[in-house]
Design a protein around this ligand. Structure first.
Ligand SMILES: Cc1cc2nc3c(=O)[nH]c(=O)nc-3n(C[C@H](O)[C@H](O)[C@H](O)COP(=O)(O)OP(=O)(O)OC[C@H]3O[C@@H](n4cnc5c(N)ncnc54)[C@H](O)[C@@H]3O)c2cc1C
Length: 321
C-alpha cells in the first residue's frame, strides 16, 4: 500500500470518507479558473479537522497544501499530487476593545465589511480583496496604503512539528507582499495559519463606510473583470509593474487562451480556455521584455503550485507545492 492509499484508509476509518474527493479538478477552486486535478481534496470546516488532517498527512508523509480561496495561485495543468485541504474555517469574534480573533478561512473582505459597519478602523482597505484571512497573512495582502502587517498582532500556527504555536507580529517577517511563511516554499511543510488576532481602532462608522465605498468604486473602475489572480507582479523598486509591461508594448498580448489585460497590464486574464502553461508563458514574456527594455526584474506576487514540469517554469518564478 502506498502512502496515499494509507492516508485514504485512515481518513475513511476516521469517518471522513464521504467528504474526500478523488481527482478533483482545481480550476473551480481558483480565481484563475485553471489547474488540473488534485489526487485528494477535502474541505475543512473546523480547526480541529484541519489540525487532525495535517497531522495525518505528516505521519503518512503525503504532500499537502492548504488553500484559502485560491486567489493568489496558479495550479499546474498536471494538477497537485497528494492532498489539498480547502480551508473553510470561518468563525470569528470581535470584542469591545476592537480585538478580532478570526479563524484563517474567514473571508477577508466580509470581515472588513463587518468591521467597517461596526465602526472599527483598520481593515477598510480590504473591502474588495478576495481571499481568506490566512492567505492574506501569508502574502501580507494590502491595498490603498493598508497592509495586514498593520493590524495583525499575533497568529496561531500549526508548526512543522505539528504543535500549535503563538507567533507575534515581529516574528512573522512581514515585507511587501510577503512574510516568513511565504518564504517557505509551499510544498515544504510550511507552518499553517490556524487563527489570526488583529487589533482595530474605534472610528466613525459613517466616515469608514464612505472610505470603503470610495475604495470599492475605485476598484470597480480600475480592476479588469474576469478570471485572474489580481496583480501578477510586485511593484519594482522604481515603477508599478503594469506601467513597465505597458511601456514594453505588451498590453493585450495573448498566448493561447491567456491575455495581458488590455485594461490594466499587471492583470493576466484567463479568457475562458487558458491553460496554466499559457499563463506561465505570458509571465516569462513579460519578465524578458521588461528586463531587456528597462533592466527591471519583475517578481510574481502569485505562487505556482502543483506538479509543474521543471522545464516549464522559468527560473525567475517563485514555485510552491
Ligand atoms: C480580483 C482580485 C483582486 C485582488 N486584489 C488584491 C489586492 O488589492 N491586494 C492584495 O494583496 N492581493 C490581491 N489579490 C490577491 C489575493 O486575493 C490575496 O493575495 C489573498 O490574500 C489571497 O488569499 P487566498 O485565501 O485566496 O490565498 P490562496 O490563493 O488560497 O493561497 C495563497 C498561498 O497561501 C497559502 N495559504 C493559504 N491559506 C493558508 C493558511 N491558512 N496557512 C498557511 N498557508 C496558507 C497557500 O498554500 C498558497 O501558497 C487579488 C486577487 C484577485 C483575484
Amino acid at each position: 500500500m502506498n502512502a496515499l492509499t494509507r492516508l485514504v484508509s485512515a481518513l475513511q476509518g476516521a469517518g471522513y470518507g464521504g467528504r474526500l474527493l478523488h481527482n478533483e479538478p482545481m480550476a473551480p477552486h481558483t480565481s484563475f479558473g485553471v489547474g488540473g486535478p488534485a489526487d485528494l481534496f477535502i474541505r475543512a470546516e473546523r480547526i480541529d479537522e484541519l489540525i487532525g488532517w495535517l497531522r495525518l498527512v505528516h505521519a503518512y508523509a503525503v504532500p499537502c497544501i492548504v488553500l484559502g480561496s485560491g486567489t493568489n495561485i496558479l495550479v499546474a495543468d498536471a494538477g497537485i499530487r497528494g492532498l489539498v485541504i480547502l480551508n473553510a474555517c470561518q468563525s470569528y469574534t470581535i470584542d469591545e476593545d476592537g480585538r478580532v480573533v478570526a479563524e484563517s478561512g474567514v473571508s477577508l473582505r466580509e470581515l472588513a465589511r463587518h468591521t467597517v459597519a461596526q465602526g472599527l478602523e483598520g481593515l477598510e482597505w480590504a473591502v474588495g480583496i478576495p481571499g481568506t484571512v490566512g492567505g492574506a497573512v501569508v502574502g501580507n495582502a494590502g491595498a490603498y496604503g493598508g497592509y495586514m502587517a498593520d493590524v495583525v498582532q499575533e497568529t496561531l500556527l500549526l508548526d512543522r512539528d505539528d504543535q500549535r504555536r503563538r507567533v507575534r507580529r515581529a516574528e512573522l517577517g512581514f515585507g511587501y507582499r510577503t512574510s516568513a511563511l511565504k518564504r517557505v516554499v509551499a510544498g515544504e511543510q510550511r507552518p499553517i495559519v490556524l487563527e489570526v488576532m488583529m487589533q482595530l481602532r474605534p472610528g466613525n462608522a459613517q466616515d469608514l463606510a464612505a472610505r470603503a465605498e470610495q475604495i470599492t468604486l475605485q476598484r470597480q473602475t480600475r480592476t479588469p473583470r474576469g478570471a485572474c489572480a489580481g496583480s501578477m507582479f510586485k511593484r519594482t523598486q522604481h515603477y508599478p509593474a503594469g506601467f513597465l509591461i505597458e511601456q514594453a508594448g505588451l498590453k493585450g498580448l495573448r498566448v493561447g487562451g491567456a491575455q495581458i489585460s488590455p485594461q490594466h497590464a499587471n492583470f493576466f486574464m484567463n479568457c475562458g480556455n487558458a491553460s496554466a502553461q499559457d499563463i506561465v508563458q505570458l509571465i516569462e514574456i513579460a519578465q524578458e521584455h521588461v528586463w531587456r527594455d528597462f533592466q527591471e526584474r519583475l517578481e510574481p506576487e502569485i505562487e505556482l503550485v502543483g506538479a509543474w514540469p521543471e522545464a516549464a517554469v522559468p527560473e525567475a518564478i517563485h514555485r510552491g507545492g
